[in-house]
Design a protein around this ligand. Sequence first.
Ligand SMILES: *Cc1c(COP(=O)(O)O)cnc(C)c1O
Length: 397
Amino acid sequence: MAVMTSSARPLLNRRLAEFGTTIFAEMSALAQRTGAINLGQGFPDADGPEAVREAAVRALREGHGNQYPPGPGVPELRTAVTEHQRRFYGLSYDPDREVLITAGATEAIAASLLALVEPGDEVIALEPYYDSYAACIAMAGGTRVPVTLRPDGDRFVLDLDELRAAVTPRTRLILLNTPHNPTGTVLTRAELAAVAELACERDLLVITDEVYEHLVFDGAEHIPLASCPGMRERTVTIGSAGKTFSFTGWKVGWVTGAPELVAAVRSAKQFLTYVASGPFQYAVAEALRLPDAYFAAFRAEHLAKRDLLSEGLAAAGFGVFRPAGTYFVTVDVRPLGHSDGLAFCRAMPERAGVVAIPNAVFYDHREAGAPFVRFAFCKRTSVLEEATERLRKAFAS
Ligand SMILES: *Cc1c(COP(=O)(O)O)cnc(C)c1O
């Protein structure tokens, strides 16, 4: 039976009408129907450290976080976040006024945009962008202004002139993501310095999504924008336990920033979930205090997986952009004689038994992203081997 209302108005409001269902739902359903290996959605197929999982069990058993934790997050975790920012980046934050724990980075992004964007404000985002950015900018009533990362050799680069040209008197903020999903680009110190200079000159806020901060390769360095001159007081930095500790289902994220910014984000956050993930907050506090060896091993393991998948994709004939960060590889399907990544991804499960995501859905300028496709390598080595073997058989001539 159709749902009826008294008017002929569509049920989904106009702000969200363009965001029907995500590509992940479509592609995961396709994987299920065809039995294909799913390298589409970016979640690990093995859980993170046993000690961290046990810490969650202990918190549950001992009754830590089973009832509403404090709105800003449990003090143990807020302190652990400040220790992490100091240990890796030399940034110091006050755990009481400059840290907010959220239901994953997703809620941090939503709350930051809902708090800081006035209807009609322009928000600059790098395209291809993480899919929740566009929807959250829309929910906040903002207008998104995409700046396209363009292929240059074997990486996608930010054109700083294009970024500068995108700023207008209506621009409120820049929404940055480094290491960048899906292209794998890690912004360099010089690029970040240019973004910082622009933000200061035009008095812009910046929200920076750094959930892949620990997944950088080949000597690339993750540099938090907040560490650039003039940026600490105008930057909302977002982190998450999901990607760094391979517990994406726990949904523990955080915001760090100047007290006024964090207070603003908290105002929006308190009416979204209020609080979330009580016992997991205690476990993530322990995870953030793992020795440097954990982070080094995590990186080394993913570097090996990156190389395995990148080489397999190249052997199958794709044009490979070897990522400097994240756990995704973007490829160009044109060397295989195709030009439409979306059609290619819809056909690939039947043809090759592997699922990937067409980058075009992360662009406003769809034609700029048309030939690009994203594969995730946060999967067991045996799965990546099987997937690359299937791709080679299907496509290599
Ligand atoms: C996975 C991801 C997120 C979401 O993180 P959660 O902590 O699971 O909410 C946000 N931004 C980017 C770029 C991501 O890839």
